[in-house]
Design a protein around this ligand. Structure first.
Ligand SMILES: Cc1ncc(COP(=O)(O)O)c(C=O)c1O
Length: 362
């Protein structure tokens, strides 16, 4: 690929000399599980994120499941989220027997629309439905309007779990993911802004008890060796992955600033064209996990780019309420028009390293 969507090879080159001695030590000592790098990563990620407690986990989906469970979401509860996200958000809700309820997104940011959330809470409450939590998704690298969302949720007595899989280092009004909600969950899937060499995830929270419960639940409910306070499961982060993340975390700000600079170049490039650039709210720090433009003839442009060996993606081509997996929820076409229209027009173009130039315009 001439220009990949994420240049993971370049990142690997940058970190390899620092990573290899860590890996050698882990392998020499056979500390593959719960090695000291896991705790060190938890501490450094919490410090970077300015949230007191961090639990390193196996992936972002498990992080969501454990945060929901730890906050008391149960079978048959209703959990409000958006259809414009990756299916992991709603899988985590369904896996514990709860049921996702969708609200549409804001047409500018494509993130949870607080007005829609308010209307949904009022409707569910008036129907006496068991709604217990909200999962706003900080998609593409920009945080939702968390001040308003957490205010609405708190007044309705709902827990807030911020799906922060795509927004390492983002801010809303100067505050990080995990500041407004009860917990923020992260994915370190390789292509994320902070990505492991495989699967990994984390939960950040201000609540020490919740962090302790998640830590135990992810390690078979273990109190001490072969004593289990409750039945948990295995959702631990491997030491090998913690080492990758520790080293990469040192570069995250540099890499994020490069994305932000590239986004500014795109603003100039697309100025005066029919390509719609992403709306970054002035009080947000957008970390451009994906640089998502909107263009009516999106498919033709995507093909043209692919012919030039330039990667482009669609995040996501089919909103969740129209996915076959969610037919049982009973939604149909037209239920969430903003998400549906976005799905037809959005295109993610390279932003982390090399970017498009004048000759690549549609
Ligand atoms: C918005 C969102 N939520 C959750 C996840 C799940 O993370 P993981 O792949 O680490 O399980 C992802 C990963 O792609 C994501 O993009």
């Amino acid at each position: 690929m001439n220009i990949p969507l994420t240049n993971l090879g370049k990142q690997k080159e940058q970190i390899w000399d620092e990573l290899w001695p860590l890996w050698e030590r882990i392998i020499q000592k056979s500390q593959y599980i719960n090695g000291p790098e896991v705790k060190q990563f938890e501490e450094e990620f919490a410090t970077y994120s300015r949230i007191p407690h961090s639990v390193a986990l196996s992936n972002g989906t498990d992080a969501l499941v454990l945060a929901l469970k730890g906050l008391g979401v149960q079978q048959n509860d209703l959990v409000i989220t958006v259809p414009n996200t990756f299916i992991a958000t709603t899988e985590a809700i369904s896996v514990i027997g709860a049921r996702p309820v969708f609200v549409d997104v804001d047409p500018d940011t494509m993130l949870m629309d607080p007005d829609q959330l308010q209307a949904c809470i009022e409707r569910l409450r008036s129907e006496n439905k068991p709604v217990t939590a909200v999962v706003p998704v900080h998609l593409y690298g920009q945080m939702c309007d968390m001040e308003t969302i957490s205010d609405l949720a708190t007044r309705a007595g709902l827990k807030v779990i911020e799906d922060s899989a795509q927004c390492h280092g983002a801010e809303h009004k100067g505050n990080p993911p995990g500041y407004y909600g009860d917990a923020a969950t992260f994915s370190f899937y390789p292509g994320k802004n902070l990505g492991a060499f495989g699967d990994a995830g984390a939960v950040l929270t201000k609540d020490a008890k919740l962090a302790e419960w998640i830590k135990m639940a992810a390690n078979h409910g273990r109190q001490e060796k072969y004593t289990h306070a409750f039945e948990g499961t295995n959702n631990r982060m491997d030491t090998i992955q913690a080492a990758v993340l520790l080293v990469k975390l040192r570069y995250l700000e540099e890499w994020t600033n490069k994305r932000i600079e590239n986004a500014a170049c795109y603003e100039t490039l697309f100025n005066g064209t029919e390509v719609g650039t992403p709306c970054c709210k002035p009080f947000n720090r957008h970390v451009y996990h994906q640089y998502v433009v909107r263009y009516r003839q999106r498919d033709q442009w995507k093909e043209k780019l692919q012919e030039k060996d330039i990667a482009a993606g669609i995040h996501y081509p089919l909103p969740l309420h129209l996915q076959p997996a969610y037919a049982y929820l009973g939604y149909g076409k037209g239920d969430f028009p903003v998400s549906e229209k976005a799905a037809d027009e959005i295109l993610s173009i390279p932003v982390d390293d090399e970017i498009l130039t004048q000759s690549d315009l549609p």
